[in-house]
Design a protein around this ligand. Structure first.
Ligand SMILES: Cc1ncc(COP(=O)(O)O)c(C=O)c1O
Length: 412
């Protein structure tokens, strides 16, 4: 079969000059701002001074700034980004053809750097600010080197851990050692801000060809890649300049948006961090051990949570075998083995494209391909060997972890 004539190139590359000079802060355009982080001891909003013990000074400012729309990217970070950015926006012609869909599918590929994912966009920014402030430090998790790590390992021997465990350990190390601060790869406002480079570049590339996506899809663990991908599109939506359908995709085994409560909760398993208002399954929730597809965090970015609560985006939960099926199909036709996390977005992009096949609509679908799956070959092997199963938590499972939600004034 011949491939469709590429009226739009397979890969839309931007020039170095088109790499954004500023990050875009969605919060500046939100009518209802994300709720502030609370001090768990006092129940009061965390002050800049209190947060300064946990994060670098400039990151504290970014975390708390709900008003500045564009925050300049320091020259050193922008120069670093040039190693792997602007990242390509790919038109998935081969996938479209395989699905026999009239839909146009685009993906923003973030896997072309050493980390193999979008995480570097924020990690490098946080490392830069930490270095500038003279800080140092690294910590693996789950580990016996922290009090909270030892407690978690004692309670759940052999646990594979979760983002919640890692946060507890990292915060313990950061606050109890001079010269250390905490660096997180997701959830926080500052991380979504740094990830806005993804969406800004994607929008510039699509604008060149006059493409306005009908649907924007991203996987959602703590919400950073999705928050980054949608940022400029959501900005237009918030300002009433355009409308987009935005879909967050999460695992059915860790369904914080679709089955969680919008409540103040700890971001970490050890319950030592500030409280964040977010869709949460309870900080004690640990996804079932058979879950291989990533996106294991019990909560969700407070910014995305507020947008979801305000009806500005949708969410969908998908089971991991369906996710790996989509990943395998994508790898065969598009030639990139996707990270299982990213494959959640692929699953829903395929489902939306198949709907277009039924209706005959030529919708423009944009999704985030956040990374490659070359570190996940064990999970792929399990899937190929037919050994992968799905687990969806029962209402009783969730009720047990909701029972551990902290008591916060005004929260039922
Ligand atoms: C490749 C990849 N994509 C997506 C995610 C989800 O994180 P977030 O929701 O913060 O983008 C992760 C998290 O570990 C990841 O490694």
């Amino acid at each position: 079969m011949s491939i469709k004539a590429p009226e739009i190139p397979y890969k839309i590359y931007l020039s170095e000059e088109e790499l954004p000079y500023s990050w875009y802060n969605m919060r500046a355009d939100m009518k209802v701002k994300p709720a502030p982080l609370l001090n768990p001891a006092t129940g009061a909003p965390m002050s800049a001074e209190e947060l300064g013990g946990v994060f670098c000074a400039e990151l504290v400012e970014q975390e708390l700034d709900n008003d500045t729309a564009y925050i300049p990217i320091p020259r050193e970070i922008r120069d670093f980004y040039k190693m792997y950015r602007p990242s390509p926006l790919v038109r998935a012609y081969c996938l479209e053809q395989k699905l026999d869909t009239p839909a146009h599918i685009y993906y923003k590929f973030e896997g072309n750097n050493t980390s193999g994912s979008h995480k570097l966009n924020s990690a490098i920014a946080q490392a830069y600010y930490a270095k500038k402030q003279g800080l140092r430090g690294v910590t693996p998790s789950p580990s016996p080197t922290t009090a909270v790590g030892r407690k978690i390992l004692e309670e759940f021997p052999g646990t594979t851990g979760s983002l919640g465990c890692a946060i507890s350990e990292a915060v313990e190390v950061a606050v109890s050692n001079p010269g250390y601060r905490y660096v997180l790869g997701s959830v926080l406002n500052q991380v979504l801000l740094h990830q806005s480079v993804i969406g800004l570049e994607a929008k510039t590339a699509l604008d060149k060809y006059g493409v306005r996506p009908d649907v924007i899809i991203g996987c959602a663990g703590g919400g950073s890649n999705l928050g980054g991908l949608i940022a400029p599109f959501m900005g237009e939506k918030l300002r009433g300049e355009a409308d987009y359908r935005i879909i967050a995709v999460e695992p059915a085994s860790c369904p914080s948006f679709t089955r969680g409560k919008f409540a103040y909760d700890f971001c970490d398993t050890g319950m030592i961090c500030p409280l964040a208002k977010m869709y949460t399954l309870g900080s004690g929730f640990i996804p079932s051990p058979n879950h291989a597809g990533g996106l294991r965090f019990h909560g969700m970015s407070p910014t995305l949570s507020q947008l979801y609560a305000d009806g500005l985006m949708e969410a969908r939960a998908v089971e991991q075998t369906a996710v790996f099926e989509a990943a395998e199909l994508f790898a065969r036709v598009e030639g990139i083995l996707p990270a299982p996390e990213s494959a959640h977005a692929i699953r829903v992009a395929i489902d939306e494209a198949l709907k277009c096949r039924e209706t005959g609509e030529a919708k423009d679908i944009l999704f985030g391909l956040t990374g490659t799956g070359y570190f996940d070959l064990v999970a792929y092997q399990k899937f190929n060997d037919g050994l992968m199963s799905d687990y969806i938590p029962t209402d009783e499972d969730l009720a047990r972890s909701f029972a551990g939600l902290p008591k916060v004034p005004g929260q039922a």
